[in-house]
Write a protein that binds this ligand. Structure first.
Ligand SMILES: NC(=O)c1ccc[n+]([C@@H]2O[C@H](COP(=O)([O-])OP(=O)(O)OC[C@H]3O[C@@H](n4cnc5c(N)ncnc54)[C@H](OP(=O)(O)O)[C@@H]3O)[C@@H](O)[C@H]2O)c1
Length: 329
């Protein structure tokens, strides 16, 4: 199977190559793609060097699967061109996520919506993926009424240039700024661009995508997304109001039995999820589970995951594995 990795030199693309190395897709030919700036450069995959090719050269090879992590505009322009030659595109950008003709997939939740006709499949936003991994099993059991989420997002979520900005600021060097302010020693309530309603695009993604993935638009969700000088993963403080009463031990039991979710919830031993320990892991970690004492049927919890793994690369590769395993590609 020929697999193209578009954006292979980027923050997500590099992790994508690592995840593809670790897992078992039957890849016979890897086709790394990046911008014209990088064509001819090499990337490493399974101890071999592969030459980066242009979009047009990759399309000419007609790969069975192309995993895109190269920005929304690149996806809008090139995903249809790959689809035209029969390639299934799994896209990490926000370009297609809310398009009603495209599926938005977290395999543990809704891989069953995929069919052979899906030629462009959207991978959800990183902060959405870790959120729905926890919301979905609880929604099935207790029926969610409203969610309030506040995020603490890693600079790796903004790409290579943002990590460079933080590292330069730590060293006291003057660097090119990706963010409008210094990020070292700071917290910016500003992830992605502001839209007309004063929410950021990241907040809007968090408010819309869960309903599509979970196939349920009966609950309400509001979000505040904050960038923090952290690298290992995104954290989320989540307040969930249910229609039905819940039992805390049962909540812990449900989450501990949810595939892909790891319960880390023992405050007596100072055990709770942290981005430092989620880095490089595929699971979504959940802890600080407690009742909201200010109103009934309401829960507080804390979710952490590596945004480059489950939030991007791992989820995309899981989609590819599902397609291959179910003869959809
Ligand atoms: N970081 C995250 O946590 C995360 C999570 C989910 C989704 N995403 C999405 O994934 C995408 C990439 O994010 P990132 O953080 O990896 O960004 P990044 O580190 O800035 O990397 C961008 C990649 O895209 C390539 N690229 C840029 N323009 C291109 C073009 N015209 N044609 C082909 N390749 C092009 C770059 O190649 P060069 O090296 O040649 O410039 C590089 O490989 C974005 O759409 C982002 O929204 C990111």
């Amino acid at each position: 199977m020929k697999v193209a990795v578009v954006g292979a030199t980027g923050m997500v693309g590099q992790v994508m190559l690592k995840v593809l190395e670790e897992r078992n897709l039957p890849i016979t030919e890897l086709i790394p793609v990046a911008s014209e700036r990088s064509v001819g450069n090499k990337v490493k995959f399974k101890d071999k060097e592969f030459t980066i090719v242009s979009m047009d050269d990759a399309i000419a090879v007609k790969p069975e699967i192309a995993i895109f992590s190269a920005g929304g505009n690149t996806s809008l322009e090139f995903a249809p061109k790959f689809a035209e030659v029969g390639t299934v595109v799994i896209d990490n950008s926000s370009a297609w996520r809310m398009d009603p003709t495209k599926k938005l997939v977290v395999p543990e939740i809704n891989a069953n919506v995929l069919t052979k006709e899906d030629k462009i499949i959207a991978n959800p936003n990183c902060s959405t993926i870790q959120l729905v991994m926890v919301l979905h099993p609880l929604n099935i059991k207790y029926d969610i009424k409203r969610v309030i989420v506040s995020t603490y997002q890693s600079v790796t979520g903004t790409g290579k240039a943002a990590v460079d900005q933080l590292n330069s600021e730590i060293k006291g060097e003057n660097s090119e700024k990706v963010y409008p302010y210094q990020i070292f020693k700071n917290a910016l309530p500003h992830c992605d661009a502001f839209s007309d309603d004063d929410y950021t695009k990241e907040e809007i993604k968090l408010m819309k995508e869960p309903k599509k993935i979970m196939g349920d638009d009966t609950f309400n969700l509001t979000a505040t997304a904050v960038r923090v000088p952290v690298q290992g993963g995104h954290s989320e403080s989540v307040n969930i109001e249910f229609e039905n009463e819940f039992d805390l031990d049962e909540v812990r039991q449900i989450l501990s039995e949810t595939p892909g979710v790891v319960l880390q919830d023992n405050v007596k031993n100072n055990e709770y999820p942290m981005p430092l320990y989620s880095e490089g892991k595929d699971e979504v970690f959940v802890g600080r589970i407690r009742r909201d004492l200010s109103q009934p049927k309401t829960l507080n919890l804390w979710i952490v995951a590596d945004n480059l793994r489950k939030g991007a690369a791992t989820n995309a590769v899981q989609i590819a594995e599902y397609l291959v395993g179910n003869n959809l590609v």
